[in-house]
Design a protein around this ligand. Structure first.
Ligand code: ADP
Length: 267
């Protein structure tokens, strides 16, 4: 089998990226894109740290909205596509920027998706980065395999798996962890999202996924992968994502904020 001519070009781009991290989830709607965006915002608070966020969720690219960049045009030059900068040290690229309208669903078959992912890795001018975060589609599909394969020489540093405490979500985490093992990507850890809701009026904590709370931690022990922590449900996260602003900056003191910071410290 002849080597893909794109590989050396991808390797050249990726040679300037220190850490490449995949954000995975077994199911949709567990908070994977939210986590990716908040992690990107948080890492970029240190102005010496260069951060890139690459949204390869072709079926539902949500980063343009969450990062407050909806409708931004991507510039193409003869050296590639320039990502969109939120700050000097925070750049975002998303399939969503390339769609004619935010309501356009992308119904593409595998080869076309892979072609676009290849183009993303080969053509986006990230420059030098400390972190490149990949927001991926839910599950383990062609897109994940493509990313891992195209980055095989430059290596993915690890994956963070996001889940809710629900049993059905946890079952899918097992698949994600197995996928990582199979393709040789280190699991940096599992984040349990939307674990518990504290009523701001009466202070009562409700375990929204009561029956299985703690399941993610147990599963991590079983698999021998790090458990990174639990983030509670907080409606202000939704509100900040809808406005395209950083929750951690907007709500600096809340259990969810502290949980986020504790998790980020471990990465
Ligand atoms: P995914 O990328 O896994 O499909 P999203 O990141 O789009 O999921 O999150 C799904 C929804 O849940 C979004 O509306 C998001 O704002 C919300 N959400 C994510 N995490 C939390 C949380 N900890 N508390 C409350 N809402 C959250």
């Amino acid at each position: 089998k002849t080597a893909d001519p794109a590989l050396p070009l991808i390797n050249d781009r990726m040679a300037n990226v220190k850490r490449k991290i995949l954000i995975l989830s077994g199911k949709g709607g567990v908070g994977k894109s939210t986590f990716s965006s908040q992690l990107a915002f948080a890492l970029s608070r240190d102005s010496d740290v260069q951060v890139g966020l690459c949204d390869v969720d072709i079926t539902g690219p949500s980063q343009p909205k969450i990062m407050g960049l909806e409708g931004e045009p991507v510039h193409q030059s003869n050296t590639g596509w320039s990502p969109i900068y939120i700050e000097d040290n925070l750049a975002v690229m998303s399939i969503g920027f390339l769609l004619p309208s935010t309501d356009d669903a992308v119904i593409w078959r595998g080869p076309k998706k892979n072609g676009l992912i290849k183009q993303f890795l080969k053509d986006v001018e990230w420059g030098s980065l400390d972190y490149l975060l990949f927001d991926t589609p839910p599950g383990t599909s062609d897109e994940h395999l493509s990313v891992v394969q195209y980055l095989k020489d430059s290596r993915v540093d690890g994956a963070i798996v996001i889940t809710t405490p629900q049993e059905v979500a946890l079952a899918d985490v097992r698949k994600e962890v197995n996928f990582c093992k199979k393709v040789g990507v280190k699991v940096l850890g599992v984040v349990e999202n939307m674990n518990g809701f504290v009523c701001r009026k009466c202070g009562t904590e409700t375990k929204v996924f009561a029956a299985t709370t703690g399941g993610a931690r147990r599963m991590c022990e079983e698999f021998g992968v790090p458990f990174l922590g639990s983030i509670p449900l907080d409606p202000r996260i939704v509100e900040c994502c809808d406005r395209g602003v950083s929750f951690l900056d907007e709500v600096p003191d809340s259990p969810a904020t502290h949980a986020y910071h504790e998790i980020i410290k471990k990465l």
